[in-house]
Ligand binder design. Structure first.
Ligand SMILES: Cc1ncc(COP(=O)(O)O)c(C=O)c1O
Length: 399
């Protein structure tokens, strides 16, 4: 079958909920992807922030291959060593105390919301508890995670969603206070908004929200599904803010390509929230996925990956700042570490399509007008140079 026939077959059989780009990726090596005709693409999207170690990493593949041969699934009714080891590594890396593994980011959010509600129920008894979420946020597509996602057009067709959610303006503490009530049980936000357009939380804002939560007995949920796992130069972005959440969600790069997420809680929360019977999952944290998680943490140490991210991201920022200076239609650079965005006044969708189809460069969009870059964390300065050359050609065509 040729490419056209494959795409026709796909559209014949798959529910059309994505306007997919006209490309078929077949395999990858390092920071490059290859299509069915072996054409090479430079990947500055990493499967939307998942493939931290790029493609075809032998250290990673060896662990997964060995695990497949031992056992891939048992169920959460029993203990298994990969989950035990992965949980220990995740608590150590995050500073949280307890972990529940999920299959996706949205499921981690679901677990976080249930935990917050159960905590309030345990402390105060039954009540119509409320959650403050942020405008312009993205937390996932399930009913619970959609309920706290601050983009009206994602939510609107699915009303009524979970009740008791109020939306505050991100980085506006007054707006958080205006939405506070004696029913508020949690405040949820991304430490760095991803889909919304690469907006980091202001330091003072996050610290004030943390203090408010402490003062009022409210739980702070930080969603680091996109910005966590080394993306911003620390293992979790909140570690650069001097705060600790009560509940943390992670996914994406946590498994480097296997479907795994987690919500993590402090002992204070664990001791007064979910108990046996309250929550569960068949696949969540199975031996294959948690062997991957464990190896991801090993490789972060072995490769000194955080140091690398901090070095190479400086170089990427320099290049991006050159673009801001050079092209009138590039108005701003935003982001942290290897989570970067360029604000454009030309249609970002056209830039993304042109980059892919004419320069074999894989990039993403975010919000209405942001070109989003989430390269594998292992990119080198040489890869950044290749990126510069390709993006320059794309941008030149928009002058
Ligand atoms: C910050 C954030 N939260 C939650 C999600 C949902 O994760 P998933 O697509 O794995 O359900 C995403 C996905 O992009 C995200 O970026």
């Amino acid at each position: 079958m040729n490419k056209k026939e494959y795409i026709e077959l796909a559209e014949e059989n798959l529910l059309h909920v994505y306007n997919r780009f006209p490309v078929i990726f077949d395999y990858g090596k390092g920071v490059h992807l290859y299509d069915e005709l072996d054409q090479e693409y430079l990947d500055f999207a990493s499967g939307i922030g998942v493939m931290a170690f790029g493609y075809g990493n032998e250290d990673y593949e060896e662990v997964l291959t060995t695990q497949i041969k031992r056992i891939t699934h048992t169920s959460n009714l029993y203990y298994h060593i990969p989950m035990i080891e992965a949980a220990e590594k995740l608590t150590k890396a995050s500073g949280m105390d307890k972990v529940f593994f999920t299959n996706s980011g949205a499921e981690a959010i679901e677990g976080a919301l249930k935990t917050a509600k159960k905590y309030a129920y345990t402390k105060n008894g039954p009540g119509e508890y409320e959650i403050i979420a942020m405008e312009n946020s993205f937390h996932g597509r399930t009913v619970g995670s959609l309920s706290v996602t601050g983009t009206e057009h994602y939510r609107e067709p699915f009303y009524p969603l979970m009740s008791g959610v109020k939306f505050a303006t991100f980085n506006d503490f007054g707006s958080v206070l205006a939405n506070l009530s004696d029913k508020t049980c949690a405040i949820i936000m991304e430490t760095v908004q991803g889909e919304g357009g690469l907006y980091p939380a202001d330091k003072t804002f996050l610290k004030k929200v943390r203090q408010l939560c402490d003062d009022e007995g409210i739980l702070l949920i930080l969603d680091e599904i996109q910005c966590g796992m080394g993306r911003t130069g620390s293992m979790f972005a909140f570690q650069q803010y001097g705060v600790l959440p009560d509940i943390l969600t992670t996914a994406k790069a946590l498994g480097n390509g296997v479907p795994v997420g987690a919500f993590c809680v402090t002992d204070k929360v664990a001791s007064a929230s979910l108990v046996p019977g309250d929550h569960g999952t068949t696949y969540g944290g199975n031996p294959l996925c948690t062997a991957a998680v464990s190896q991801v943490f090993n490789m972060f140490e072995d490769y000194k990956l955080l140091d690398h991210v901090n070095e190479v991201s400086k170089y990427l920022e320099e290049i991006l700042d050159i673009f801001v200076a050079k092209y009138d239609f590039v108005t701003e650079r935003r982001g942290m570490g290897l989570m970067q965005g360029l604000v454009l006044t030309v249609p970002v969708k056209d830039v993304v399509l042109k980059a892919l189809t004419e320069e074999n460069l894989v990039v993403l969009s975010a919000g209405k007008d942001v070109l989003r870059l989430l390269p594998p964390l292992v990119i080198t300065e040489k890869d950044v140079d290749e990126f510069k050359e390709k993006l320059e050609k794309v941008f030149d065509s928009f002058i």
